[in-house]
Write a protein that binds this ligand. Structure first.
Ligand code: ZN
Ligand code: ZN
Length: 366
């Protein structure tokens, strides 16, 4: 779906929900709808808002970003204001005569919400959009799937270049840097998230930043990384070891691999996020590690590395054809370490198509 089609499908939703206009403040939704790539400085410096009604679309931004906005978002009228985008939004919304206006309740500053309320007055109703735009974003077009696949191919290649060169005594940070260099040299635009290299006991922490710890042979080393290409993310995790795996590592690895495979053959459109999660969780629980699988099975990937849908025990929503999701079971044992294996998949009519090409076991010589 190109930006024009995306606006059309948003407008269909506006009609369905009886809304006259929406104010878009979430940076990923702003990019997805407009093509404008200006970056926010979180938590409170926005690079712009969108005001979208049935037949007009405005991009409210600062003078600094106005030229970039005009180039990147040709479907939008750029309205430049030094600051205080919410008051500018209100001016436009008043001109449009909008009465029922959607806003992004999970991504708006309280300050901006108050400004909209005050400027628009009592006759106007502000309606929380909840996940309306995120849900549109969750179903990818062929163009989007192509960009994600390119980001993943580049990630896979960087991983395969660097991993065989890992040696005992290298630090986690050093390895992360080599991976980042390889990504950049292969043409990545950026990183989907900071690269994680977690070795030995550190690998028991699912979200981890690399340290100066030196990697040793026979211990788990969990590597989680992803490139971005044209604003779209990749996501890859493998657990490797140098030399031989010990008995515990071999056992845990095989359970995680069996869980991954069960999910990969079982996932299909129409099944809920909870049912997808259960495919892997049951395998891990049956092996006695149920308590050690501390996160959900996977998440959507697109212009953000974590987006809808969620493959989790709490998600009752059905998977749809065109969802791009990770499948990433893990087992984490405090004090010892952890194993996670993560593939990226496209949900298709007949099942999940795995995009990731990196083998599950990558031998690394001592
Ligand atoms: Zn990951
Ligand atoms: Zn992930």
């Amino acid at each position: 779906m190109r930006p024009g089609h995306r606006l059309a499908s948003l407008r269909d939703q506006l009609r369905e929900h009886g809304l006259d206009a929406v104010v878009v403040t979430h940076p990923s939704n702003r990019f997805w709808l407009s093509g404008y790539s200006g970056e926010d400085i979180p938590p409170n410096e926005s690079a712009g808002h969108l005001v979208i009604a049935h037949d007009v679309a405005y991009l409210v931004t600062s003078r600094l970003n106005a030229e970039q906005a005009r180039l990147e978002a040709p479907g939008f009228t750029v309205y430049d204001r030094e600051r205080d985008f919410a008051r500018a939004d209100a001016v436009l919304l008043r001109e449009l005569g909008a009465r029922r206006i959607g806003f992004e309740d999970h991504a708006i500053l309280y300050r901006d919400y108050r400004a909209l309320q005050q400027e628009l007055g009592d006759g106007v109703e502000l309606v929380a959009l909840e996940t309306l735009i995120d849900d549109l974003r969750a179903v990818k077009s062929p163009d989007e799937i192509e960009l994600i696949a390119r980001a993943q191919a580049l990630t896979d290649e960087a991983f395969m270049q660097v991993v065989p060169t890992i040696r005992p005594g290298q630090t986690e940070r050093e390895i992360a840097w080599h991976l980042e260099q390889a990504l950049r040299e292969l043409g990545a635009e950026g990183l989907a998230f900071p690269i994680a290299v977690a070795s030995g006991p550190n690998s028991a922490l699912p979200h981890y930043r690399p340290t100066d710890r030196q990697v040793q042979h026979s211990e788990p080393i969990v590597i989680d990384m992803g490139a971005t290409v044209s604003g779209y993310c990749a996501d890859l995790t493998r657990t490797i070891w140098i030399g031989e795996a010990g008995e515990q590592l071999e056992r845990v690895f095989n359970v995680v691999l069996a869980a991954l495979e069960a999910a990969e053959v079982g996932i299909r459109a129409g099944m809920t996020g909870k049912e997808a999660d259960a495919l892997a969780r049951e395998v891990i629980a049956a092996a006695g590690f149920g308590e050690a699988f501390t996160h959900s099975l996977g998440h959507g990937v697109g212009v953000r590395v974590h987006e809808a849908p969620s493959l989790s025990p709490r998600s009752e929503r059905p998977l749809q054809v065109g969802n791009v999701v990770t499948i990433e079971p893990g087992i984490y044992i405090p004090g010892w370490g952890g194993v996670r294996i993560e593939d990226l998949a496209v949900v298709e009519e007949v099942g999940a198509r795995i995009v990731t090409t990196v083998p599950k076991r990558i031998p690394v010589a001592v």
